[in-house]
Design a protein around this ligand. Sequence first.
Ligand SMILES: [Zn+2]
Length: 147
Amino acid sequence: MSHKLSLSLPPNLENPIVAEQLNTSEEEKIQKNIQVHSFCEHHFVPVIGIAHVAYIPTEYLIGLSKLNRIVHYFAQRPQLQERLTEQIAYSLKQILETEDVAVYIEAKHYCVMLRGAEDIRSTTVTMHLSGKFQQDCYREKFFRAIR
Ligand SMILES: [Zn+2]
């Protein structure tokens, strides 16, 4: 599935960021409430929301602020929220060489708020859970943390 996504990784993030030797046990790293400012590629109106991103390091650690940079990088172009979610997940897998990645995005689409539906409170949720995050314990830990 990921193969269909052609994407360039964010500048300066192509190479393993910090090849810190991991002595610790596998602990999930979670970055919450990352701002998502994008544009709906259909209507060219703002898409505003937040992303929560998590991974379980195998060999590589990434500076947590880099997770914000990855989200911002893919959000800066007009987007579909589904594709944005997949691109973030895919790039994390590439960079960190792990399948254990979780991405959760909740956003307001101004096209939904202002056009036909006029539903001010409605938000759109997309997520990508792979590797260990498909197991109950990791998934629940992630959702408890981002609540
Ligand atoms: Zn739209």
